[in-house]
Each structure stands twice: as C-alpha cells, then as structure tokens.
Ligand binder design. Structure first.
Ligand code: B12
Length: 298
C-alpha cells in the first residue's frame, strides 16, 4: 500500500478493529503483520491493508488457528493453504454470503482474501466463490437480492479475478484466446478459466463480453492461439452465429463452453465442447500440455 494511503494512527486502528494498541504492536513486532509508514511528525501511520490483515488475523484466531500461522495467512505469505473442515467451510460460506450482500467491495475483498488464503485460488473458486454466486443468482431470481447487490458482488469478484490473472498475457507457454459469444455478458467463469490456465503456464488473450465471432477470427490471426474458447450461457446466442462459429472452427482450434454450448451444437460446427466447470476444464487442458497445439482437438 502506498504511503499516501496510510492515514490511521494506532489508536484509530485499534478502534476500527477492536484489537488493543498493545496487541497490535505485538503483532507488528513479532509477525510483521503491519507495515506502517512514518508521518512527518514521526508517528506510525497504518493503511487499509493493515486494517484488513488485522481483521483477518482476528478472525482466524477466533476460528482456532494458532497466532503464527494466522499471521502468515493474514499477511498473504502462507505457502500452505489451510484445509478447512466442513463446519469451517459452512461458516466461511455464511460470512461470504453476508459480505456479498453488504454493498461493500472492501468487505467482499477481505472475505475473498480469507477464502483464497485458506483454500488456494482454485478450491476457493470451486467450493466457495462460484456456489455463492449461484446463491446470489437464486436470491435475485426470487426477488430477495437487489440488482445492485448482485452488481456489487459480481464486480468485486471480477476485479479480484482480474487481479489474480494479472500479467496473464505474458510468458513462454501456449496461448488461449477467450471470448464471450455475441450478446453474452456473463464472463466470470471465462476469466477464472484464463486465470487458472495462466497459473499452469499458458498465455491468455482475453476479448471479454459480447464479442463478434468475426473479431475473434481477426484476433486469432494476431495471437495464433493453441486454443480459442467461445462461452455462452444461452444456447440461442450461439444458434444466432452458428454459421460464423462453423467457419471459425474450420481454421481455428475452437472450443465452445457454458450452459449454452450443447454437444449437438459443437458437433454441427466441428468444435470441441468443454463440459466441466472453468477450473476443472482449465486443469484438464493444462494437463494436455505435452501437445498444446492439440488442445482443442477432440
Ligand atoms: C453475475 C451474474 C450476472 C452479471 C454478469 C457480470 C459479469 N461481468 O460476468 C450480469 C449483471 C451482467 C448478469 C446479467 C444477466 N443475467 Co446473470 N447472473 C449472474 C450470476 C449471479 C453469476 C454468474 C457467474 O458468473 N457465475 C460463476 C460461474 C462460474 O458459475 P455458473 O454461472 O454456474 O457457470 C457454470 C457453467 O456455466 C460453467 N462455466 C461458466 N463459465 C465457464 C467458462 C468456461 C471456459 C467453462 C469451461 C465453463 C464455464 O461452469 C459453471 C459450473 O461449474 C448468475 C447466477 C449463477 N447461477 O451463477 C446469474 C444468471 C446466470 N443470470 C441470469 C440472467 C437471467 C441474466 C440476465 C438475462 C438478467 C437480465 N434480465 O438482464 C442478464 C443477461 C446478460 C447477458 N446478455 O448475458 C440467469 C440465467 C438463466 C439462464 N439459464 O439463462 C442466472 C442463472 C440467474 C438466475 N438464477 O436466474 N448476470
């Protein structure tokens, strides 16, 4: 966190976190949990990042994690994700649901940090983040969750996924070109797929929501991908561009994914279909790396 973001004196940090100044100093000294900067007058000033680490540490200790390990997890330095028991996972899911409904991105980010620290990115996505999104969708469909709540939640998760994917176009590995079908705006699974693939050495060219198939083809000429993925939630979106997808699949290693991609459609256009969730699908493709050029072959 940049020095300009550090604005809290220790008393204020104690007030906001409910942790005494003495204990905060101990955590700073023993575990380097806090990273204060000095004000012109020589006072230690703490940032929002410090506050989040303290809140996370407090929570872990409350859940029974030892202080040293809690500090490593809270500081994001743990090499070793902590396996959660099913009751701890339920509790984490309840906290995450509450955070997602809070309208507060900061709160959502803190919970995502906690989930990733405890489970690692891939498990956190599969067992906590995606299921919570489904619950948000169900709540929205029942009128219990406002559109605004859903937007804040989806935007915070999107931002975090993109942060995890930072630098994904770089590296020596094969390239994947990822796009949502024309009219498709659901992209979180596709971003997660790219992030996981990148962690396994792939380079990602991400075209994002609502991309014309012609533009996917033009981008492919520039990128020379080993795999092109077109994602759709609704089969009607793919049906509308069936001929274009067929033409693209004739010259590109193309796969279709998402609930809108049926086996019949894939067969008709000569594309591969990715039937798993984004994390599993990415792991499988990455495991196929010995022949990355064949990644999209049936
Ligand atoms: C966030 C969200 C949005 C956001 C998306 C923001 C963004 N930047 O992505 C916004 C607000 C834009 C949105 C809009 C709409 N949404 Co919406 N949305 C959701 C929500 C809550 C989460 C979607 C998500 O990202 N989930 C995470 C993914 C990973 O999980 P998943 O969707 O279950 O995906 C599974 C598979 O599809 C697959 N998968 C997903 N992505 C990928 C990628 C790859 C590569 C692979 C291999 C697999 C894969 O893996 C998952 C299973 O493990 C869902 C609820 C839900 N069920 O999840 C509704 C949901 C998908 N939306 C829905 C609807 C109806 C809409 C709207 C039509 C609402 C409206 N009236 O405007 C519009 C349509 C917009 C459009 N044209 O695409 C419905 C879809 C119903 C249907 N079957 O068609 C859902 C299910 C909500 C509901 N319960 O009714 N939505």
């Amino acid at each position: 966190m940049a020095a300009k973001d550090a604005v809290l004196r220790i008393g204020a940090l104690a007030g906001r976190t409910g942790v005494s100044p003495e204990l905060l100093r101990a955590w700073e000294r023993r575990y380097r949990l806090l990273r204060p900067v000095r004000s012109a007058g020589g006072f230690r000033l703490y940032s929002q990042g410090d506050e989040l680490r303290v809140l996370r540490m407090k929570e872990l200790i409350r859940d029974g994690v030892g202080a040293a390990q809690a500090a490593r997890i809270a500081a994001g330095t743990s090499q070793d994700p902590l396996p959660l028991s099913s009751s701890a996972l339920d509790a984490a899911a309840r906290r995450f649901d509450k955070a997602l409904r809070s309208y507060k991105e900061r709160v959502i980010h803190a919970e995502i940090d906690a989930l990733i620290a405890s489970l690692g990115l891939e498990r956190a996505l599969e067992v906590a983040i995606f299921p919570a999104l489904s619950r948000i969708g169900e709540g929205w469909a029942r009128g219990e969750i406002t559109v605004a709540q859903e937007h804040v939640a989806a935007n915070a998760i999107r931002a975090r996924l993109l942060a995890e994917a930072s630098g994904w176009e770089r590296g020596p590995g094969p390239r994947a070109l990822l796009a949502c079908a024309p009219g498709e705006r659901h992209e979180l699974g596709l971003i997660a797929f790219g992030a996981v693939l990148h962690r396994r050495g792939w380079r990602i060219a991400y075209l994002g929501q609502d991309t014309p198939i012609e533009d996917v083809e033009v981008a492919a000429q520039a990128v020379e991908p080993a795999l092109v993925v077109v994602f759709a939630t609704d089969s009607r979106l793919l049906d509308k561009v069936r001929r274009k997808v067929k033409r693209a699949a004739a010259s590109l290693p193309l796969a279709v994914a998402g609930p809108g991609a049926t086996a019949a459609f894939a067969h008709q256009v000569g594309a591969r279909i990715l039937t798993d969730g984004p994390v599993r699908a990415a792991l499988e493709i990455a495991a196929d790396r010995r022949q990355p050029g064949d990644a999209a072959r049936r």
